[in-house]
Ligand binder design. Structure first.
Ligand SMILES: [Zn+2]
Length: 598
C-alpha cells in the first residue's frame, strides 16, 4: 500500500516481464510463450512458462504464478512496495505515494483494524441474537458446534441484505472498502462484501482481527467459501487461520497441523488437538511454511494429500530443504473432513495425526496399497509405479532407503531396482519422460489442427483459444456450451472483462487458478473442431433433459422427433466432415432453448 494504483499500472505496462524473468531464468521462446527452469522449485525439465503480452507467469510443476511484481517479490524476497520500487527505478518511473509517510500509513492501518474488529462484533451479535440468523445457528449445531464454540471463535452471521453492515458501522468510504468489508456498487453506494453467510473472523498472529472467511449455508447461491479481499492488513499468502489461538500449543508440541477449512481447525481443537491452522482460501505457500517454521519443526498435513501429492510433491521437498522442516501426512479416510471426523469419531482423528508418515513414505504406501501384489508381474508393475514416486525426491540418501523398502515389499532384488532407478532417472533427464514434460511437449506448436490437439476436453480448449486467439472463437461461444461449473465461471470472467489479467482478478479463486494456468498455455486446435465438440456435448446434455421431460409430456411425439433430430445432428458433427448446416442449426436451437428458459 502507499503507492498510487495508477503508478503501479504504469509500471506493469512499462515493464517487459520476459526481460525481468530473464535476469533470473534462462528463457526459451516456444511458440507465443517463453519457457525455462522454474526458479521456485528444483527441476530438470522446464515447466515454468511466461505469457509476455499478458505479463503473467505460471509453473506447471509447483503452480507458482503471478505477474512481474509477484515475480520480483518472490524471487528477491521483497514486500510489495519493495518490489514496485525496484521495478520503478528499473523503468525510470518516479513513484507517487498516497500517504505522506509512515505515520499516515500506520494511522490508516489502525483504522482498518478497528473497522474489522467492529464488524467481527456486529456479525457475532447478529448470530447470537437475530431472528434471521436462526438457520445459521441450526447449521452450526448440525456441524457439532455449540454456543461456547461460537463465542470462543467469535463466529458471526452476515445477513442477506445488501448494505446492513455498511449502514450499521457508517465507516468512511476508504476504510470500508480498504478493509475488504465492502465495495462501492455501480451507483457508488457502499455494499457489504458478505451476505447470507456464516462468517469466521481471521486473526493475525498477534490476535488482531484482519478479515473473514465466509461460508454459504447449504443450498445457498454462490461459491461455498468467500474470503476477504487482499488488503493492507489481510495478506492471504501469509495468514493462517487459527494460528493466534494455536501458537502456544504448536510450540509445545513442536508440531503444527495444517488443514483446509475453518471448521476443521475448530474440530481439531474440540477433539483435543488445539494446534491446527488452515490457509484462508489459497493453496499452502512458502510464506506459510516460513511462518510456521518459527513455531515448530514439523508440519502435519491433514487434507486430501492424494490431490496434493500429484501436483505439489516437488514443492514440499523444496520447503523441507529450504526451511529445515519435516512435512508429514495424516492419512484421513477419503471423502471425510477433519471436522466431520472430530464430531463422529475423534479417536480416529487423533490416531491419524499420531500415525502421520513422512510425505514420501505416505505416497509410496499409497501406491503399494492400491496395486495388487500377488503375481510376479503385478509386483513388478507396483515396484515401477512406486519407483516413479521415489524418483522425485531430491536426496539420493532418502531415495535409497525408500528403494530398499519398495524392494522388500515387492520381493525384488534391491540391486535390480537400483539399476532400474538409475536408468529411469537418466532417461527422465534426457527424454523428459514425466507427465509434466508430456504437457510441455504438447505445448510445442506443431502442425495445427487435428482433433488430437484438443486437450482436457473441449471446454478447457475453448478457454485456451479464448485467451490466445479470441477473435477466431469468441462469436461461436456462449454460456450453454459450458457444462462444467468451473469452466463456466472462467468463461464468464473472460467475456465480462478485457484480457486474461482482468479476468483472473474478477474470477473466484478456483476459476482464477485455472485461468492463471491457461494464460501461459497455447492452443493449436482448430476453433471449429472445438466448437463442434462443445455443441455435441451440449446437445447430449439437452437430450438427457428432454428424455427426462418426455415422460411427463402431453405430446411425447414432438419430444421424440426433437431427440431424433438432435442425435442425427450430433452424429454428423462428429463425422469426418461435418456439414456447416448441422453446426449452425444446433447452435441456433441451443441458443433458442436458453432464451426460452430465461
Ligand atoms: Zn515451479
Amino acid at each position: 500500500m502507499g503507492i498510487l494504483d495508477e503508478d503501479i499500472q504504469r509500471i506493469r505496462d512499462a515493464t517487459d516481464i520476459v526481460a525481468v524473468v530473464s535476469e533470473h531464468v534462462q528463457l526459451k521462446r516456444v511458440g507465443r510463450r517463453f519457457q525455462g527452469l522454474c526458479p521456485f522449485h528444483s527441476e530438470k525439465t522446464p515447466s515454468f512458462s511466461v505469457n509476455q503480452e499478458a505479463g503473467l507467469y505460471y509453473c506447471f510443476g509447483c503452480r507458482a504464478s503471478g505477474d512481474v511484481i509477484t515475480f520480483v517479490r518472490e524471487v528477491e524476497k521483497l514486500d510489495f512496495v519493495g518490489a514496485v520500487e525496484k521495478l520503478a527505478s528499473r523503468a525510470g518511473i518516479t513513484l507517487r505515494y498516497t500517504d505522506t509517510g509512515e505515520h499516515e500509513s500506520r494511522k490508516h492501518k489502525a483504522a482498518l483494524y478497528e473497522a474489522v474488529e467492529r464488524a467481527v462484533e456486529w456479525y457475532h451479535q447478529r448470530l447470537l441474537t437475530a431472528p434471521d440468523a436462526a438457520k445459521a445457528r441450526a447449521y452450526l449445531r448440525s456441524r457439532g458446534f455449540d454456543g461456547n464454540d461460537v463465542r470462543r471463535y467469535r463466529i458471526g452471521w452476515a445477513p442477506e441484505g445488501w448494505d446492513e453492515l455498511a449502514r450499521a458501522l457508517r465507516l468512511p468510504e476508504n476504510v470500508f472498502v480498504g478493509s475488504g468489508l465492502g465495495f462501492l456498487n455501480r451507483q457508488r453506494r457502499p455494499t457489504d462484501a458478505f451476505r447470507g453467510r456464516v462468517v469466521f473472523p481471521v486473526f493475525d498472529t498477534e490476535g488482531r482481527a484482519v478479515g473473514f472467511g465466509a461460508r454459504i449455508l447449504p443450498g445457498g447461491q454462490g461459491p461455498k467459501y468467500k474470503n476477504s479481499a487482499q488488503s493492507a492488513i489481510y495478506d492471504k499468502s501469509r495468514l493462517l487461520y487459527g494460528l493466534n489461538w494455536a501458537k502456544g500449543e504448536i510450540v509445545n508440541a513442536d508440531e503444527a497441523i495444517v488443514c483446509e477449512g475453518y471448521t476443521d481447525v475448530i474440530g481439531f481443537a474440540k477433539a483435543g488437538l488445539p494446534r491446527a491452522v488452515a490457509t484462508c482460501g489459497t493453496a499452502l505457500t512458502g510464506e506459510h511454511l516460513r511462518l510456521l517454521k518459527s513455531f515448530a519443526r514439523r508440519v502435519v498435513l491433514a487434507f486430501d494429500a492424494d490431490a496434493a501429492g500429484q501436483n505439489a510433491a516437488e514443492r514440499f521437498y523444496e520447503w523441507e530443504r529450504q526451511y529445515e522442516i519435516d512435512v508429514a501426512v495424516a492419512a484421513l479416510p477419503t471423502g471425510v473432513d477433519p471436522s466431520d471426523l472430530a464430531r463422529d469419531d475423534p479417536q480416529a482423528l487423533l490416531r491419524a495425526v499420531a500415525e502421520a508418515e513422512p510425505f514420501l513414505g505416505f505416497r509410496v504406501n499409497r501406491v503399494l496399497a492400491t496395486m495388487p501384489l500377488s503375481t510376479p508381474e503385478q509386483r513388478a508393475r507396483a515396484a515401477e509405479a512406486a519407483l516413479d514416486v521415489v524418483r522425485e525426491h531430491p536426496s539420493d540418501l532418502v531415495r535409497d532407503q525408500y528403494l530398499l523398502d519398495v524392494a522388500a515389499r515387492t520381493r525384488i532384488d534391491p540391486e535390480r531396482l537400483r539399476e532400474r532407478a538409475a536408468r529411469t532417472r537418466r532417461a527422465a533427464g534426457a527424454k523428459s519422460g514425466d507427465r509434466r514434460a508430456d504437457r510441455a511437449q504438447l505445448r510445442q506448436p506443431g502442425a495445427p489442427g487435428g482433433r488430437d490437439s484438443i486437450r482436457e476436453g473441449p471446454e478447457i480448449e475453448a478457454l485456451r483459444l479464448l485467451v490466445c486467439r479470441p477473435d477466431e472463437v469468441r462469436d461461436w461461444l456462449f454460456e450453454e456450451l459450458f457444462g462444467d461449473d468451473l469452466s463456466l465461471a472462467a468463461y464468464r470472467a473472460l467475456v465480462e472483462t478485457d484480457g486474461v489479467r482482468a479476468a483472473i482478478e474478477r474470477a473466484d479463486p478456483a476459476a482464477g487458478e485455472l485461468l492463471r494456468r491457461i494464460a501461459v498455455e497455447e492452443s493449436t486446435a482448430e476453433p471449429l473442431d472445438v466448437v463442434d465438440l462443445l455443441l455435441a456435448e451440449a446437445g447430449r446434455r439437452a437430450i438427457t433433459e428432454l428424455e427426462a421431460e418426455v415422460r411427463l409430456a402431453d405430446d411425447p411425439l414432438a419430444y421424440s422427433q426433437t431427440i431424433a433430430w438432435l442425435k442425427l445432428t450430433i452424429e454428423d458433427l462428429q463425422s469426418e466432415h461435418p456439414s456447416v448446416g448441422s453446426r449452425e442449426q444446433l447452435l441456433a436451437w441451443l441458443t433458442q432453448q436458453s432464451e426460452d428458459e430465461g
